[in-house]
Design a protein around this ligand. Structure first.
Ligand code: URA
Length: 435
């Protein structure tokens, strides 16, 4: 069937069959379907939606557009995907924790764009860490260590890459079926048995409202399960910076301290522990959440998760003694200066998105995919909603290269963190579990 006939069908609100979707995706992959046709089809989908069967067909065909990894291992293969936020370093601690608890975790991550940070950028602050080691080293690392966090290899779901590039410039990113197929095609190509989604909601997330996050979560959980990968989703809070740091090398340092059980941020711990224990129960490593939570805590207390992190870094090219000497290895900015609130009181709210964008001003984030970034800059000792701040308690420390950059970051912190007289109610960190 001609591509324009398939587009016409979707434009006229008719259901596409599995084979019709396959024809379209094969054309995208081979290059016989033009970008304008991809744009027309994605707009028709944006406007008219897809049924669950169509979304599943799109996901499976996009997954099969390139390599699909197969694992022959003695335990389940599992991963997490986050919809992204500010200070979201959960992947860095979660992968080694899960590996220490008996799962294999081939984690394929992305770079930061706009207000959100990316796991790959964080890992690239480690000298010589290979984020694109090739499939053989990736597989070897997963097998030997239990976890490996790398970037998307060239031939993993290539149809998604082409379609996403068109969606990005044709106002069709915000479509639940297209987002579902895009995220899942890459995750399913990694050959997972189990997946957990961390869908963030709040003023620092892509999904501002819990209703929108719930709709996306339900779509992803339904389609992933129909496609044969057992999947759950947690809806978690992104109305403030997650953890005490935001900025690449600073977040790696927070990860190491977390895995050393030092300076553990309670909200970060709640989300990490919750994702880990749900996934361990899903994968039948433990029969109930309580037992899984105990195992997760033990993996941190015993140093087993830290050891997995150290081995993963070494196997992927980083220093063998990285964990022992992380402060020596991680890049460091010239300035580390505090910012104090203009009045004392309780931190009552944050404009988390604006705070994420302020990291771009520090060159620690990017506005277009090809931009390089400064791994050293960002924020540490970040205040949390409910903290009392005064002349001796900073809102955060700014890590900057120049006085000018420090002043810009200071202005952002003062504008985007709201102080009140009354201690605010502390909301939930994990809102909901979607099974
Ligand atoms: N992330 C993806 O990988 N794809 C989308 O469509 C949106 C977010």
């Amino acid at each position: 069937m001609l591509p324009q006939e398939l587009i016409r069908k979707k434009r006229d609100k008719q259901e596409l069959s599995f084979d019709e979707i396959k024809t379209f995706i094969n054309g995208v992959t081979e290059g016989s379907i033009a970008d304008c046709q991809i744009g027309a089809m994605t707009m028709a989908i944006y406007l008219n939606g897809l049924s669950k069967a169509e979304t599943t067909a799109l996901t499976l065909n996009m997954r099969d557009s390139g390599d699909v990894l197969h694992w022959d291992l003695d335990a389940p293969v599992a991963d997490k995907h986050s919809s992204g936020g500010v200070g979201d370093k959960v992947s860095l601690m979660l992968a080694p924790i899960l590996a220490a608890c008996g799962l294999y975790v081939p984690m394929i991550s992305g770079r930061g764009l706009g207000h959100t940070g990316g796991t790959l950028d964080k890992l690239e602050s480690i000298p010589n860490y290979q984020t694109c080691p090739g499939n053989e080293i990736f597989k070897e690392t997963v097998k030997e260590v239990g976890c490996a966090i790398i970037g998307q290899t060239g031939n993993l779901a290539p149809a998604d890459k082409k379609i996403y590039a068109v969606r990005d410039v044709s106002a069709t990113v915000e479509s639940i079926p297209l987002i579902t197929a895009s995220i899942l095609s890459k995750k399913l190509a990694a050959g997972l048995d189990y997946l957990i989604m961390d869908l963030k909601c709040g003023n620092g997330a892509f999904m501002g409202s819990i209703e929108d996050a719930r709709t996306l979560a339900r779509s992803i959980v339904n389609v992933a399960n129909a496609a044969g990968t057992n999947t759950k989703a947690l809806l978690t809070d992104m109305n403030q910076v997650l953890g005490y740091t935001a900025g690449n090398a600073l977040e790696v340092m927070e990860t190491i301290e977390y895995l050393q059980n030092v300076n553990v941020n309670p909200r970060l711990h709640a989300i990490t522990k919750s994702l880990a224990s749900h996934l361990l129960v899903q994968a039948k490593i433990f029969s109930d959440l309580k037992a899984a939570q105990i195992a997760v805590q033990k993996s941190i207390d015993s140093g087993a998760a830290l050891e997995k992190f150290a081995k993963m870094v070494a196997k992927l090219g980083g220093p063998a003694d990285f964990v022992e000497k992380a402060r020596d290895y991680l890049p460091c900015s010239e300035l580390k200066l505090p910012v104090f609130a203009e009045r004392e009181g309780y931190v009552k709210a944050m404009d988390t998105r604006a705070l994420g964008l302020s990291i771009i001003e520090l060159k620690g984030g990017r506005t277009s995919p090809e931009q390089s970034i400064d791994h050293a800059t960002g924020y540490s000792s970040f205040c949390q909603i409910g903290d009392y701040v005064d002349a001796s308690t900073p809102l955060a420390f700014v890590h900057a290269r120049t006085e000018d950059d420090y002043e810009k970051a200071k202005a952002a912190l003062l504008a985007d963190i709201k102080i009140g007289d009354i201690a605010p109610m502390i909301g939930k960190t994990v809102f909901e579990v979607i099974e």
